[in-house]
Design a protein around this ligand. Structure first.
Ligand SMILES: [Zn+2]
Length: 432
């Protein structure tokens, strides 16, 4: 037992030394941090009592049942997400593909028809039928359709109108608003670059000045904020970095400062990630933060960095897996933020996505698996730029690259119709 327990970080005596020290100054955040640590200690202690072998298990079947039900029926608790219905499709479909659970073709077809009803007559997708088009559900709908990956799914997307929609959101400084008359933040550039590159409507003019705008979001902390001048944040950092990867300009970030910021967000006691400095651990940042590490690894590799590992990402992959498996699973299915919180499809999707990142190092040519616990805990790999499985990215590109890039000269005076093959190919590369 002792020999085996040494593999689990949560069981080691030294972990106690990693708890928060408030230096005798109690604050609201220090009290909250200690509460979280106490709840995690309880989880570990209960786990020790009921498991003779320290082998954390992914509750595959329970998660599958929870997801399967969600695809057909949602409880009243989801009423507040009425404007995020394509998101629910994406969160559930992506979770199922990570679990390698196929979706019956009749259900996949129903999802295609539902998403078609969410597509706006002016291009882009809305949060629900009859609502206004918005970039966030547009990203979710395109990802969901690419996961389904059938001819029916691809043909839902009106690419010409989608390009018109993206142009209607473009701002003179290179940023995008989330919807007509809406707010600007770095999520929008990522959503726009993601859907444009997947569906082959990415024109150089559409993203003119976007790189310099995103670069202005990297602040003194090293991470990226939602708009220039604010606090660095995990979600925005992922969006800005992934958008730059799609545009082929990630080398223009201060990569070392970004690396320092993102690795410092992995909590020393909990093993999971926080979203911002001095905040609490949260399961969804398992993807938003850890997902930046594959992007950084590849960027630093391209810059000729000689000290890069060929075996692991630059974060504690097993510690993150331990946090997700021990602290973020609802015993009846679904995953969550932290112990004591309730499950939801958003956290299920991003906890599983982060678990996948932590289990798989490298790309198809140089791939290494680091799976904590049983072999059955292994998830399918996810593409760190789009967060759908790499073969689904490849399938979408194969389909859409055969189609011509729509003409957007009426939007962009003097633009050249040539696509940037280097940027598109780079974005298509799975992992690393
Ligand atoms: Zn969260």
């Amino acid at each position: 037992m002792d020999g085996v327990s040494a593999v689990l970080r949560s069981f080691s005596e030294q972990l106690a030394a990693e708890t928060f020290i408030d230096d005798g100054v109690e604050t609201v955040t220090s009290v909250d941090q200690k509460k979280v640590e106490t709840s995690i200690k309880e989880v570990i202690s209960v786990y020790k009592q009921i498991h003779s072998l320290p082998e954390p298990t992914l509750l595959r079947d329970q998660h599958y049942q929870y997801l399967k039900k969600g695809l057909r029926h949602l409880s009243d608790a989801y009423e507040c997400l009425d404007a995020s219905r394509p998101w629910l499709c994406f969160w559930i479909l992506h979770s199922l593909e990570l679990l390698e659970e196929p979706v019956p073709s009749a259900i996949a077809s129903d999802v295609c028809q539902f998403l078609a009803r969410c597509q706006s007559p002016t291009g882009g997708f809305a949060g629900g039928p009859g609502q206004y088009a918005h970039l966030a559900p547009t990203y979710a709908a395109v990802n969901a359709l690419c996961i389904i990956g059938t001819e029916e799914a691809y043909s839902v997307i009106d690419r010409e109108k989608l390009l018109d929609f993206l142009w209607s959101l473009k701002q003179p400084d290179g940023s995008f608003v989330m919807h007509v008359g809406g707010e600007v933040d770095v999520r929008s550039v990522y959503c726009a670059a993601s859907v444009a590159s997947l569906t082959n409507i990415l024109t150089p003019k559409l993203f003119e000045d976007s790189t310099s705008w995103i670069l202005r979001c990297q602040n003194w902390e090293g991470g990226l904020s939602g708009v220039p001048g604010l606090e660095a944040h995990g979600g925005y950092t992922f969006c800005g970095t992934a958008a730059l990867v799609i545009l082929g300009n990630e080398h223009m970030l201060d990569l070392k400062a970004l690396l320092r910021w993102v690795v410092s967000r992995q909590m020393r006691f909990e093993g999971g990630f926080q979203g911002r400095c001095n905040k609490l651990v949260d399961g969804c940042y398992s993807f938003w933060q850890a997902g930046v590490l594959p992007l950084l690894h590849r960027a630093l590799f391209k810059e000729g960095e000689s000290e890069l590992s060929r075996h692991q990402w630059m974060f504690e992959q097993k510690a993150l897996q331990e946090y997700i498996l021990l602290c973020c699973q609802n015993p009846t299915g679904g995953l969550l933020d932290k112990p004591g919180k309730s499950r939801d499809f958003y956290h299920t999707c991003y906890c599983l996505s982060g678990l996948s990142i932590a289990q798989h190092f490298g790309n198809m040519d140089h791939h290494r698996e680091i799976v904590l616990g049983k072999e059955e805990n292994r998830l399918a790999p996810t593409h760190p730029v789009y967060n759908i499985c790499p073969e689904k990215v490849a399938g979408a590109l194969e389909h859409f690259l055969k189609l011509p890039v729509p003409d957007d000269s009426r939007h962009a005076a003097g633009f050249s119709s040539s696509k940037e093959p280097a940027a598109a190919a780079a974005a298509a590369e799975p992992q690393s």
